[in-house]
Design a protein around this ligand. Structure first.
Ligand code: TYD
Length: 205
């Protein structure tokens, strides 16, 4: 059995968390060792950066600085959690990874996009497969905001921003159609999970 790196992407409130939990349950049932993790986060240091990035704040960082902070969190996460797990032949299920940076930051500045692409290369760890849970932004945003956390900085940008995010995710998925599988998030959760498992089956050894 070999390690496998799976990432989940999508706009805020698209149902990623539900799918990640269902997939984790499936691997547990199969007695397949896995690690469930998230970005920004996954390590103590990255969680500190997460708090700075996602809570409403007065730092007024430029989108480029914000990109560097997301990438710093990612580097720590890759070094301490993702790489070691893959080396131990575990499956890594990661809630968001590089495509979120390309979408949320890259969409707002070419320099942020170039910064993130260069740093991805240096970090050198890419998902084997990515599931983009595609969803109507109106439904997704209502769902995301109804959770009422104190980490709503990006959700608070409003519905137009969510439409732009969706479009950007779909563009990136079309350009990377070998790695990124677009899944219709408007279906029943169990239907979505079986589509995800179908895609993974060929890859899990
Ligand atoms: P989270 O509460 O995990 O949201 P969700 O449940 O929607 O995944 O917060 C992650 C937020 O951070 C989300 O709004 C997307 C944003 N984000 C970026 O802007 N850039 C990144 O590189 C990553 C990983 C996340």
């Amino acid at each position: 059995m070999k390690g496998l790196f799976i990432s989940f992407e999508g706009i805020d409130g698209c149902g990623k968390s539900t799918q990640i939990n269902l997939l984790a349950k499936y691997f547990a049932g199969q007695k397949r060792p896995f690690v469930k993790t998230e970005e920004p986060g996954g390590t103590a240091g990255s969680n500190e950066i997460r708090k700075m990035l996602l809570k409403e704040n007065n730092f007024q960082w430029s989108v480029e600085t914000e990109t560097l902070l997301f990438m710093a969190a990612r580097n720590d996460h890759v070094e301490k959690v993702i790489k070691p797990a893959i080396k131990e032949n575990k499956i890594v299920i990661c809630d968001r990874f590089m495509d979120s940076t390309l979408v949320y930051q890259g969409m707002r500045s070419d320099k942020a996009k170039i910064l993130s692409l260069s740093l991805f290369k240096l970090i050198g760890t890419y998902p084997d497969i990515t599931f983009l849970i595609d969803m109507d932004p109106e439904i997704a945003l209502n769902r995301a905001l109804s959770r009422k956390t104190d980490e709503d900085r990006f959700e608070n940008y409003g519905i137009n921003f969510q439409y732009k995010l969706r479009k950007k995710f779909l563009d990136i998925a079309k350009k990377n159609n070998k790695r990124i599988k677009i899944i219709d998030g408007n279906q029943r959760p169990e239907t979505i999970t079986s589509q995800i498992i179908e895609n993974i089956n060929g890859l899990v050894q």
